[in-house]
Design a protein around this ligand. Structure first.
Ligand code: BJ8
Length: 422
């Protein structure tokens, strides 16, 4: 990797601490990813992105800033990327999946909250995440309590704007979300000094839809019985989608999909005949949280899809491209985004239906419901999901975990027992 120390210094990073992080990641990635057999050639691009995760992309963000552009961080798939792009800014997903940041997060947050929130807060406080350091503003949302209150703390460190997400899906909630989208439009225009024109927003809608379609194509390939790609690799691609250059990501992911579709035709598979197919459902898995996938795929089964925000919730449903007026496009955005079935909504029947539909579409033998520790909404919602899955005759295993490795052995034992049972 080229030397980016000067750039990191400019971003106000803690270089010593960051060195420690840089030592951990390649080992972790090598052990989990590079040992896989028969990986598609197209994964080389994503290997490269990971190798350059704190390098090349950060340089691109810096170049953009040098030319007067802004960088905006987000934490939730409800925040419409289209507006950020239409304002001429670059959006980066900042959810954090590493144990490395927990300690710093706990300096300002209670220990008994979700690791995802502790990790992204710790990432900012420790000055070791160059993405966070590059952000001119972050956009939070009123989803769970942990996030909602963390914004108040983060605002001391970086300009934090919060979208008020409704938690029901009535007619008036759709209207309210459209209003929130309008407010965000104003905020982004002020931040960037650029006007979001109808034409720019329409182009951004088309671009984000193309990205969704590339991910849909990737996931479609995973419906094949001879799997052309592992669950771990597909998860990595979804994670990278949150911060890579969208045009490049679309091009590389479609090129990979060409290869995967060719593999399916030729019967080239990464799974052993008869290996169990697992659908993951639950909380998002931010980089570098590959824990559950790794456990499953080293226990002889394969992950075939993720009903998560680093999975289907990110790319299902396109924004309607027909409207071209501002009102029409904002309504189309509100309609598409409010279709996402996050556990912070009540009631949330749609999510039960999604999980059952996905289990069938991907021919899953069972579902592993994975919730981050202390995530009340996903933890509590399990009761209804379990009931619905039982009624549908789909076996399910519940796992609650954090980012540490302390429970890996125990989870492995439970996963193996589950795989024998299904
Ligand atoms: S749409 S899942 S990205 S809120 S941070 S809710 S894990 S306690 S991330 Fe999320 Fe948007 Fe919903 Fe998706 Fe639980 Fe943790 Fe909260 Fe979390």
């Amino acid at each position: 990797m080229a030397d980016y120390r000067e750039l990191w210094q400019k971003l106000g990073m803690d270089l010593e601490k960051h060195d420690v992080l840089c030592e951990v990641l390649p080992q972790l990635y090598g052990g989990i990813y590079l040992n896989q057999e028969n990986r598609p050639e197209g994964m080389n691009y994503y290997n490269f992105v990971v190798a350059e995760v704190h390098g090349l992309r950060i340089k691109e963000l810096d170049d953009h800033k040098q030319q007067g552009g802004k960088v905006v961080g987000t934490f939730c798939v409800f925040v419409p990327d289209e507006l950020i792009l239409a304002a001429g800014a670059i959006g980066v997903g900042l959810c954090a999946g590493s144990q490395f940041w927990i300690e710093d997060g706990e300096k300002v947050l209670p220990r008994n909250i979700c690791p995802l929130v502790k990790a992204f807060t710790g990432a900012k406080l420790s000055g070791t995440c160059p993405y966070f350091q590059s952000c001119d503003m972050i956009i939070g949302e009123t989803t769970c309590d942990a996030k909602k209150k963390a914004w108040e703390i983060l605002d001391d460190y970086v300009d934090t704007y919060v979208m008020d997400l409704p938690q029901m899906k009535r007619e008036k909630d759709y209207k309210k979300w459209a209003e929130e989208i309008y407010d965000l439009k104003d905020k982004l225009e002020k931040l960037t000094g650029n006007v979001i024109t109808e034409e720019k927003l329409h182009d951004a809608i088309k671009l984000c839809n193309r990205k969704r379609m590339a991910l849909q194509r990737l996931y479609n390939a995973r419906k094949a019985l001879d799997l052309p790609i592992s669950g771990k690799d597909a998860l990595l691609i979804s994670q990278i989608a949150f911060y890579d250059n969208p045009e490049r990501f679309i091009e590389m992911t479609n090129a990979l999909c060409d290869e995967l579709e060719d593999r399916i035709k030729k019967g080239i598979a990464v799974n052993k005949k008869g290996s169990k197919r697992i659908l993951i459902s639950g909380t998002p898995m931010a980089v570098p949280n590959w824990k559950i996938h790794h456990i499953i795929e080293t226990s002889g089964a394969m992950v075939v899809a993720e009903e998560t925000c680093t999975g289907t919730r990110y790319f299902e449903n396109l924004v309607d491209e027909t409207p071209t007026t501002m009102d029409g496009m904002v309504k189309a955005l509100a309609d598409r985004y409010l279709k996402i079935n996050c556990a912070c909504f009540t009631p949330n029947k749609g999510r039960e239906e999604d999980i059952i539909r996905l289990a069938k579409e991907y021919k899953a033998d069972g579902v592993i419901y994975n919730s981050l520790q202390f995530c009340h909404t996903y933890n509590i919602e399990y009761a209804n999901v379990e009931k619905a899955l039982k009624e549908a005759g789909i076996p399910v295993l519940f796992i609650e975990s954090d980012y540490s490795n302390d429970d890996v052995g125990q989870i492995q034992t439970r996963v193996e027992a589950f795989l024998e049972m299904i």
